[in-house]
Design a protein around this ligand. Structure first.
Ligand code: ARG
Length: 460
């Protein structure tokens, strides 16, 4: 292989095969093609406006870039590994199309600020996609909530039935989590919105460039203030992956609940044929594979954070080729997140609650034992600890009798606490328990409907 046309002036021979192999990134960084073209267009226009290249050269560069864009989108562009990366592939093709003027595009620019710019643009877009995916999921959950403010299910602690809650309340808990996830992506997108373009290799450039102009053309709020930082910072990518990691953890929790709810012993929800699969041996099966895969993809996303933060740690300023290893980790995290969000939004919309199963499970777990203790506190003026003990003894008796709390005879209760009167029965029903939790943020349908209205408006 001959020396590299782009940088091989001082080289006598080409790279060893293995050198070319480890060096090439075009197989994955071709995903930056759109961003690379945008960066080059902004740069070429600015160079001409500043009189650094002629308007004629800029015009032919822009025409050539348009043709390349068309070739890439139509699939006719040939990506060459010997040209290393997307930047050199595009530049070489530009030179094939327009000739020597192509060589002027790289004035006052380096691949170091070029790749940093492309990558920021890509990650900024990924933040917007994550936000949109989370929004769609939130909407699906709010729609579920609207139908189920009065649907009682057991609320759990330690995975043991604790107190009755509504299915709507449970769905809205996730809406809150996903709202904070969106906030993290929005914050990250804002912080990364500074343009590295014009930082050149690491120190800036003597050419009279206008960095404000290129920043503005690319939708950045401003140029990055320090050229060393501009080419070497990747914390914007780390921030994306960390926001993605937290969102993935939330998705995984919901996925796990769907898996549990789908098991016939629970049967709290069902998913249609659209989001389940069968077994090749057991004909009766309906497996929640999509939920399981969302749960599992969390591993890949969390792993990407470890990958990229390990690449970055101990990396002296400014650019080093280590930074080429930033992309696959991020792409992998972004692909997994995008897919997980779409699958989860699909499942959240598809999921059909089974109120009878939820109620039966709630009834089985004595979830109004706290209500009974509260009644003893209020009506018999006992300290809560004592009331807790009384209620616990009545639960024990109910268990022995094999009945729910509201079916325990008054006489049985009075054996435990003689002060208990027949009025107690009013607080032992699931509906009473649910309706009574009217504190702000509580599960009472009146409060939950306020929250639904809040989210409806906010997500409109
Ligand atoms: N493909 C490289 C990357 O992803 C582009 C920058 C190369 N710069 C250099 N000086 N070799 O980081």
């Amino acid at each position: 292989m001959g020396t590299n046309k782009m940088w091989g002036g001082r080289f006598g021979e080409g790279p060893a095969d293995i050198m070319a192999e480890i060096n090439a990134s075009v197989d994955f960084d071709k995903r930056l093609a759109r961003e690379d073209l945008a960066g080059s267009r902004a740069h070429a226009r600015m160079l001409a406006d500043q009189g650094i290249i002629s308007q004629d050269d800029a015009t032919s560069i822009l025409k050539g870039l348009d043709q390349i864009e068309h070739e890439i989108s139509s699939g006719s562009f040939t990506f060459k590994r010997e040209l290393e990366d997307i930047h050199l592939n595009i530049e070489q093709r530009l030179s094939d199309i327009i000739g020597p003027a192509a060589g002027r595009l790289h004035t006052a620019r380096s691949r170091n600020d070029q790749v940093a710019t492309d990558f920021r643009l890509w990650v900024r877009e990924a933040c917007a996609r994550a936000d949109a995916g989370l929004l769609a999921l939130q909407r699906a959950l709010v729609t579920q909530a609207e139908a189920h403010a009065d649907t009682i299910m057991p609320g759990f602690t330690h995975m043991q039935p604790a107190q009755p809650v509504s299915f709507a309340h449970h769905c809205l808990a996730y809406v809150e989590m996903f709202a904070r996830d969106r906030g993290r992506f929005t914050d990250a997108a804002k912080r990364m919105n500074e343009s590295p373009l014009g930082a050149a290799a690491l120190a800036g450039t003597p050419f009279p460039i206008d960095r404000e102009k290129t920043a503005k053309a690319l939708g950045f709020a401003s140029p990055a203030r320090n050229s060393l930082d501009a080419v070497s910072a990747r914390d914007f990518a780390l921030e994306y992956i960390s926001a993605a990691s937290i969102a993935a953890v939330h998705l995984s929790r919901l996925a796990e609940e769907i898996v549990i709810w789908m098991t016939p012993a629970f049967g709290f929800v069902s998913l249609s044929d659209k989001f389940t699969t069968g077994s090749s041996i057991m004909p009766q099966k309906r497996n929640p594979d999509a939920a399981e895969l969302v749960r599992a993809k969390t591993g890949r996303i969390l792993g990407s954070f470890v990958t990229l933060s390990t690449v970055m740690k101990g990396l002296a300023l400014a650019y080093a080729k280590d930074l080429q290893e930033d992309k696959e980790a991020l792409f992998s995290a972004a692909d997994a997140l995008d897919l997980s969000l779409a699958a989860m939004a699909g499942m959240a919309a598809d999921m059909k609650a089974n109120p009878a199963k939820m109620r039966a499970a709630a009834e089985a777990g004595y979830p109004t034992a706290t209500d009974l203790a509260d009644w003893v506190v209020t009506n018999l003026k006992k300290p809560f600890r004592e009331a807790h003990h009384i209620s616990g003894s009545i639960v024990k008796r109910a268990e022995e009798l094999g009945v729910t709390l509201d079916k325990v005879a008054l006489a049985e209760m009075q054996k435990v606490e003689p002060g208990i009167t027949k009025d107690v029965v009013t607080v032992l029903s699931l509906a009473h328990s649910l309706n009574s939790r009217t504190s702000f943020g509580g599960t009472a349908p009146v409060r939950v409907r306020e929250q639904i209205a809040f989210w409806r408006e906010k997500l409109a």
